[in-house]
Design a protein around this ligand. Structure first.
Ligand code: 5GP
Ligand code: MG
Ligand code: MG
Length: 182
């Protein structure tokens, strides 16, 4: 039984994802050329495939860090209550931070984390996201680097889960509604 049977359609293909990573990596390489040891900070677990592919195209000495934050609890709607399950391992004081995220939906997660890192003394805090779902915004938030804008649909794959499944699909797809309605 293949997990691909649960996918209604492909929204962002592997080829498109690779082109996005190349484009964003080149842009970030240019923009961060003068910064000293910027930190690419991934938000677990959804960032993992995107961050791995994107970082190969950032041709600069960067540090890599992770934080595990959660606002979803196995459901398809955000609770808006952002919890830090695992913090990063280094101080952000005076550092340039680029947060890598899978998707911006309500904007609450990133708004919370950007404010937190700024409060902790980061020199700059920007966001790179594979997907942006502007129709889902509950509070204003504009990520600096966006892979692609998607409609207000629940997507899975390439790091994005439903109930902890589907993260290992190599593309981004729309889940069949019967999967989360049953
Ligand atoms: P926000 O705080 O912007 O509402 O949500 C950010 C987080 O919600 C994302 O990092 C992701 O984990 C989850 N999320 C939002 N939209 C989707 C979606 O369409 N599919 C999946 N799988 N997760 C989503
Ligand atoms: Mg995420
Ligand atoms: Mg999730």
């Amino acid at each position: 039984m293949s997990i691909l049977n649960d996918i209604e359609r492909v929204l962002v293909s592997e080829t498109e994802i690779e082109a996005i990573c190349q484009r964003l990596g080149k842009q970030i390489t240019e923009d961060y050329a003068d910064k000293e040891r910027p930190i690419l900070l991934g938000l677990l677990k959804g960032c993992v495939p995107f961050m791995a592919d994107l970082s190969k195209h950032i041709q600069l000495p960067i540090e890599v860090e992770y934080m595990d934050v959660s606002s979803y609890h196995g459901n398809i709607t955000s609770s808006g209550d952002v919890k830090i399950r695992k913090d990063m391992n280094t101080s952000v004081m005076g550092r340039d931070i680029l947060i890598a995220e899978d998707i911006v939906d309500t904007g609450k997660t990133l708004d919370t984390i950007v404010k937190l890192l700024t409060h902790r003394g980061a020199r700059s805090v920007e966001v790179v996201t594979l997907l942006d779902k502007p129709a889902g915004r509950v509070i204003p938030f504009t990520p600096k680097y966006v892979g692609t804008v998607i409609p207000k649909e629940f997507v899975v794959g390439y790091g994005l889960d439903y109930n902890e499944l589907y993260r290992n699909i190599p593309f981004v797809g729309v889940l069949k509604p019967e999967i989360y309605k049953k």
